[in-house]
Design a protein. Structure first.
Lengths: 300, 300
């Protein structure tokens, strides 16, 4: 990750990470009982550092409408445990078979495969428990909307659908359209939820929800393009995970289709479009705006 | 399964199975798009026959308060897909490593391991999407309560916690108390949700919820004891799955602790206690009452 030093974005990302980690500390059970190992594995997977980008998006987008505190933090915690579950299952031997994640052994390496499957299941389950809890929002309608929207974003026509396409994609000749569809589902949907959640919490209406969804979709594309660029150009020491895997598996990415320079140019075009969606929010959207060039130039 | 012929219980179980299957047919996506394989796997796992015992419990318990139709059927569908996910993940090579389920290849055998992991994840996710949907109940408070209660029942201190204990239990010297705790979590919690859901849908209050939870807990114990008895006394042809696995793995069960006759006697004692909880519901609870002797004598 770039050094962000004293910049507004860096401070905002640090604050989001600290806030969501403190919230998760209170929400995830401490190891207890005959089944303490499941709590340990859930915590091991969750408290592993990471950028906490999705919580940052939730808090920033909620902040556009002056929604702060427990509702925003619990929603951020829910998306982060859901994201964590997807990493735990993704890393399994039958999926991506990764031994290393954020520079540490993956959950199935630190524990065992069965525990990793169960810990992922439990993290997915607790995400919905958090959202449905009365402290997340005074309005049960809002809580139900968050549950339904997260389930849609994470489900078989969202993130999981994207994972499925990714598996089918190995060795097939995808063009730009299919690759964009894959990424829109696989990583884009959770970003979309993270940003839309702010508008849902604020009961701001469909116009704002749509605007933040489009920002998130473009931001997700940029995130993915730079991820693919790093897979080609970076090292495992810098990223804390295995690199060069896409090429090794013959996977089509926007980088393999457009080339390194073409993909960079595409990402810059998308970033300009994403920034335009933030216009109505003025200075309140500063960190969301700054995120775009940051993602374009990240090196890990 | 015993032949139930024209009995009230048999007709009620058939009606529940038909109702929930028609509801699931409408709720689960038809295979489409680049990710059609995930829909196929979800449907393969879900439409595999089975007793549909949990949907039966939801419909019967909702019926005690005259709650019928879409709210009861959608809640029944949610618990059934959640139960199905648990079977799909349970059968994985890293878990129970079963090739056969309800007489057919398990999902990871019919598809592959990665698809089975994802299909399980997607079924778990859609369970919450169904419950949060507006058609499940006019009151969002009720829908949130269903989501939160199911997440609790299925989560790390519920069903998944029970799975974890089960894994840790192999080769350890559990007594009756630990085995009962294991089963109360592993299978009991979903039965408890299924029965409580009726009272939640009816907004019947904590007294009824507690009564149905106690009935469900006892019913679950009987179910588990007969499952353990069948593992000792039945054949794979009859049950449609591998038998003799508990003994093979050195797992403590109430049958290994009490012996076959002792376990049968214990189950009968528990059945009497469960029946007593149904007293206030009179004739409306006939099928729930009849379920107890049926479970005691089932042969598959």
């Amino acid at each position: 990750m770039n050094t962000l030093g004293g910049s507004g974005l860096g401070a905002a990302m640090d604050a989001a990470a600290k806030g969501v980690e403190a919230t998760l500390e209170g929400l995830l059970p401490k190891p207890h009982g005959l089944h303490g190992r499941i709590h340990e594995a859930m915590r091991y997977a969750t408290f592993a550092g990471g950028k906490r980008l999705r919580p940052f998006l939730v808090l920033q987008c909620a902040g556009l409408f002056d929604v702060t505190g427990t509702p925003a933090l619990r929603t951020a915690a829910a998306i982060e445990v859901l994201h964590t579950y997807s990493l735990v299952h993704d890393d399994l031997p039958c999926m991506d078979d990764d031994d290393l994640r954020r520079g540490r052994p993956t959950t199935h390496k630190a524990f065992d495969e069965a525990t990793a499957v169960l810990a992922g299941d439990a993290l997915l389950t607790v995400a919905f428990e958090i959202l449905a809890g009365a402290q997340t929002h005074p309005s049960a309608e809002v809580r139900c909307q968050l549950v339904a929207r997260l389930a849609e974003a994470a489900g078989c026509n969202g993130m999981i659908g994207g994972q499925m396409i990714d598996m089918v994609a190995s060795g097939s000749h995808f063009g730009a359209e299919e690759v964009i569809e894959l990424q829109r589902l696989k990583t884009g949907q959770l970003f979309e939820f993270s940003c839309e959640a702010g508008a849902i919490l604020a009961e701001a209406g469909p116009e704002h929800q749509g605007r933040l969804r489009r920002y998130a979709r473009d931001m997700g594309l940029i995130f993915q393009i730079t991820d693919d660029l790093l897979d080609v150009t970076s090292t495992a020491e810098k990223t804390g995970k295995a690199v060069g895997k896409d090429r090794e598996h013959g996977k089509a990415t926007l980088v393999s289709i457009y080339g390194v320079e073409g993909a960079r140019a595409e990402a810059e075009k998308i970033a300009a479009r994403a920034a335009a969606e933030l216009a109505p929010y003025g200075a309140k959207a500063a960190a969301l705006r700054d995120l775009l060039p940051f993602l374009l130039t990240r090196d890990a």
